[in-house]
Design a protein around this ligand. Structure first.
Ligand SMILES: [Mg+2]
Length: 267
């Protein structure tokens, strides 16, 4: 059993980023031999810090499918075709961060819209915006494949126009829990497809679960055998996801509470 999980608002509480509610279920799942793979818009640095806190050493997917990170020796076969950084093999699917930042600046000037990316903000501002401490904000700024941004205006049709211009340059805009995200043509779904192939090569017959809370999780949920949607803090489920995946399991509880209840059911 491979459990692919979003972090913000799913494994972690939307407001406090606490994993207190999901931790017992995570331990149970790991004890039963399941693999838990984080698949988030967070950066490599943020996910590594979380994994260290949890003593978790599985592969993970950063920045909305931009990068897949596999600990050396995790699979029974060699991954020599992938570049190695320290004790990690890295599969890059995303556009380099620099290109995304340049594109955001260009589009802002071309359309004259008020968009601010993480690269325009100090760590303190990111902390205030996302409810993160200074250390965590510094980790969140270490970006490789995804530029989160704020769009001040909610003028009708503006977002469509922005998306169109980015699409001409081979880029996409997705919406996470708090912010928009500018990425290359990668998404969580493609990353999961690639990683699942490796798990299959290693273990043969596997079953995949995906757990998320937002529309940026849709490509991930479409890719797994068993899609699970947790509640948002107000108790609702993401309507876009449900309209596309009406049979997705609706976990009882917001974020990590729903996460724990559904993972316990599954194992
Ligand atoms: Mg989320």
């Amino acid at each position: 059993l491979i459990i692919y999980s979003d972090l913000d608002g799913t494994f972690l509480d939307y407001h406090t980023y606490s994993f207190a509610a999901s931790l017992p279920a995570l331990r149970r799942a790991l004890d039963r031999g399941a693999s838990v793979v984080f698949c988030s818009s967070k950066t490599r640095a943020e996910i590594q810090a979380l994994q260290a806190t949890l003593s978790l050493s599985s592969p993970f997917i950063s920045e909305n499918g931009g990068g897949i990170f596999i600990p050396e020796g995790f699979f029974s076969f060699e991954l020599e075709e992938l570049p190695r950084e320290g004790s990690i093999r890295l599969l890059r699917l995303g556009k380099p961060y620099k290109e995304l930042v340049t594109a955001l600046t260009d589009v802002r000037e071309r359309l004259g819209v008020d968009m601010r990316g993480f690269s325009d903000m100090t760590a303190e501002e990111i902390g205030q915006l996302c409810g993160l401490g200074l250390c965590e904000s510094l980790l969140a700024k270490q970006r490789e494949f995804d530029e989160p941004f704020l769009l001040k205006s909610n003028e009708e049709g503006l977002l469509d126009k922005i998306c169109e211009v980015f699409a001409e340059g081979g880029m996409r805009v997705t919406r996470g829990g708090r912010l928009f995200h500018l990425t290359g043509e990668n998404d969580k779904g493609e990353a999961i497809r690639r990683l699942t192939e490796l798990f299959q090569r290693d273990e043969g017959n596997i079953r995949t679960v995906g757990i998320g809370d937002s529309v940026n999780d849709l490509p991930m949920l479409e890719e797994v055998d068993h899609p699970v949607l947790v509640q948002k803090p107000d108790g609702s489920y993401d309507e876009t996801v449900l309209s596309r995946l009406p049979d997705a399991t609706r976990a009882k509880g917001a974020g990590p509470v729903g996460w724990a209840s559904e993972v316990m059911n599954l194992i």
